[in-house]
Design a protein. Structure first.
Ligand code: MG
Length: 182
């Protein structure tokens, strides 16, 4: 059985939208062009930003408009088993568990919460994640990866992230020996 490990924040949950609402800031996602957020625009430091996000924040993030389409597409791949793989913020893993149960109950028993995603890498494992570093580490550990399009990674100019992921998945799943689609 081949495995898909699917990140939550950005591919499935609208973290930036939730953070804007939580901190009362109008920060266009398109202006976040690198991995570290512009904390000063939230009136925060790195630590005060992340420390301020409580369990309810992580549990109440809205679903992305494409969330169900992405899940349906991946679940329709007969040779693959899908599992969520998400990093916790501080000690708020419980918020992530609540989000999964509320928004994607089909995964309530199919998820891992941990900061080092590359431990799940293997020749039959594909990581889908918006953080380029996570994908690089996953590939370096022997897996394959798709960088989910977002303004803070090299796929920032994709206008239709799901169309792009479907195309990239087709490449990885083909007979061509591709370890990473860049
Ligand atoms: Mg993410």
């Amino acid at each position: 059985m081949k495995r898909i490990f699917l990140d939550v924040d950005e591919p499935l949950a609208d973290f930036v939208g939730a953070a804007n609402t939580f901190y009362g800031v109008s920060m266009p996602k398109e202006e976040i062009t690198k991995w570290e957020l512009p904390y000063e625009r939230y009136g925060k430091t790195h630590n005060s930003f992340w420390d301020g996000l409580n369990e309810d924040f992580w549990a109440d993030m809205p679903k992305q408009p494409w969330c169900d389409e992405l899940v349906d597409f991946l679940e329709s791949q007969d040779d693959y088993s899908v599992c969520l793989l998400t990093a916790p913020n501080r000690d708020n893993a419980t918020g992530k568990q609540r989000w999964i149960r509320k928004n994607l109950p089909i995964y309530k028993d199919h998820y891992f919460i941990g900061p080092t995603k590359w431990h799940c890498a293997g020749p039959d494992s594909i990581l889908i994640d918006d953080r380029g570093k996570n994908c690089e580490d996953f590939v370096a550990a022997g897996g394959r990866a798709i960088v989910f399009p977002a303004p803070w990674n090299h796929r920032r100019y994709c206008t239709d992230p799901i169309k792009e992921v479907k195309w990239l998945f087709g490449l990885l799943d083909s007979k061509i020996k591709v370890m990473e689609v860049v």
